[in-house]
Design a protein around this ligand. Structure first.
Ligand code: SAH
Length: 479
């Protein structure tokens, strides 16, 4: 457990500012057709845009193509780019991303918020996650597995008991999406080893960040990992053996993980996936885009598309009642990959994140050193995040799976017996650790801390529907 972990703030949105308050207010002229909207209207194509005449309705087409390429071909794209970033080293140039984004905007016009988020977080050369440790008291945000072992233990016990209830299919793959520093995986392996299942499982980590991937390797396997050039037979880029003797593999995307029965977990992974933002106007839905600030070439500002974009046409339901909306198509695609896997190979998925059930609106925000930060300022130096819309995940999952939740983290952890476990640990731990355990417990469970904002959501293949009625899923009693 890291020193003082529990004293850090999480990426909660209690102080969430609206975009309007993060964005310099437009002048009346800038507002143009947008009237009283907090976003200036999209400017006409620039004359200096390197000869590319850009119809703004194409921006989302471009964005969509990039997103699809990222999802479908990510492995190859990222392998190439990571190779490139290794060969040139991590660019230390402070405003590399600002320059890169400006060049992109000069060439093709404003970009979608999704495109911005993707570049800022996972650009292989200087993306936020790619080359440093951003989690914990010395980073920008704290997550529940970093707060202490209780969170990971409850998740592990849930996975173990649900796996047993479906007959302990063997072999079992534990799959974690976005493992950060590897704390949750470490807890999972420890609990599975305690239950005598270390030799029945393998661990599969889906991680884009070379730096965090190395941290995970060191933490879980010591110095025993070896790099692998992914090929048609072996898709992993690294492998090793954990301190408990469990084989561990690393991948760039979920589709590369071998197709066996899998328990898939993800904590604070979906909130890092790109979102499109939309605003309802008198003329209909418009997309919020990001452009160079005409008053300061080194800054960015939000603008609003003049007409519909492909994304606004594709992703907004006719029945939508909100005026502002965030949609993450990439999350939907990953959910569908999880569902394919559960249906074809069997498995269980447990997702935890802060989020809502189709009610929240403007949640895109940034965190730097545990404080809210302007998402458009100094891109690449702060974490970008948006609340997860579990209703969208549920829609994307469809009826091939049975879903449970979202329930609050507080409810899930208490249902799973976190209080009993805390009591046990308090009896056996060193006196100097007691305070930390209790503070960590409150941070994870208290309503005004992480307890209410964070939610748990589970997916099972629909073939288990009747079975789950007889043997109800643990942790989701009121779901
Ligand atoms: N689950 C961890 C870390 C959360 S931070 C915890 O709870 O502590 C988000 C993690 O997801 C990081 O490891 C980041 O590198 C990874 N990540 C972000 N976007 C990703 C993507 N598109 N594919 C794979 N991993 C990604």
């Amino acid at each position: 457990m890291a020193e003082n972990r529990s004293q850090c703030s999480s990426r909660r949105n209690d102080n969430t500012k609206t975009i309007a308050s993060q964005t310099p207010q437009p002048t009346p002229r800038e507002q143009g057709m947008a009237g009283s909207l907090p976003y200036p209207c999209l400017p006409r194509p620039r004359e200096d845009c390197i000869g590319i005449v850009c119809d703004y309705s194409d921006i989302s087409t471009l964005d969509h193509v990039i997103a699809n390429a990222a999802i479908k071909g990510k492995s190859q794209v990222y392998r190439n780019c990571i190779g490139l970033s290794r060969s040139i080293g991590h660019s230390q140039e402070p405003f590399f991303l600002t320059k890169y984004l400006k060049t992109k905007m000069k060439a093709t016009g404003p970009i979608t918020v999704a495109d911005y988020m993707r570049e800022v977080l996972t650009n292989p050369v200087t993306g936020y996650y790619m080359h440093r440790d951003v989690i914990g008291d010395k980073g920008d945000f704290i997550t529940s597995p970093e707060v202490g072992q209780l969170f990971g233990e409850m998740v592990a016990i849930w996975l173990f008991s649900e796996w047993q209830k479906v007959g302990s299919p063997n072999p079992l793959q534990l799959v974690e999406l976005g493992p950060g520093r590897g704390s949750l995986s470490e807890d999972l392996l420890r609990v599975f080893a305690k239950f005598g299942a270390a030799n029945l499982v393998s661990l599969h980590l889906v991680e884009l960040s070379p730096h965090l991937g190395r941290l995970q390797a060191q933490r879980l396997c010591g110095d025993t990992t070896k790099e692998n050039e992914p090929n048609s037979v072996e898709n992993h880029y690294r492998s090793g053996t954990s301190l408990h003797g469990t084989p561990v593999f690393w991948y760039h995307r979920l589709q590369d993980v071998p197709q066996y029965f899998s328990c898939v977990v993800a904590n604070e992974f979906f909130d890092a996936l790109p979102v499109h933002k939309f605003q309802k106007t008198e003329a209909g839905w418009r997309e919020i885009l990001i452009d160079i600030d005409p008053n300061d070439e080194n800054k960015f500002k939000y603008v609003i598309s003049r007409g519909e974009t492909l994304a606004s046409r594709l992703f907004i339901k006719k029945t939508e009642c909100r005026n502002h909306l965030e949609v993450s198509p990439e999350s939907a695609v990953i959910i569908q990959h999880i569902v394919d896997r559960l249906e074809e190979d069997g498995g269980i998925a447990l997702l935890a994140d802060y989020g809502h059930n189709g009610t929240n609106t403007d949640t895109f925000r940034a965190f730097k050193r545990h404080q809210l930060w302007d998402p458009l300022a100094e891109p690449g130096t702060a974490d970008l995040t948006a609340d997860v819309d579990f209703s969208c995940l549920k829609d994307a999952a469809g009826d091939r799976v049975v879903t449970f939740g979202p329930v609050s983290q507080r409810e899930f952890l208490i249902n799973m017996g976190i209080e009993v476990r805390l009591e046990m640990l308090l009896k056996s731990c060193k006196p100097e650790l007691k305070d930390r355990l209790v503070t960590g417990y409150h941070l994870m469970v208290d309503k005004e801390k992480m307890g209410d904002r964070f939610k748990f959501f589970a997916l099972f293949p629909s073939v288990l529907k009747e079975h789950l009625k007889k043997f109800p899923v643990a942790g989701f009693h009121n779901a």
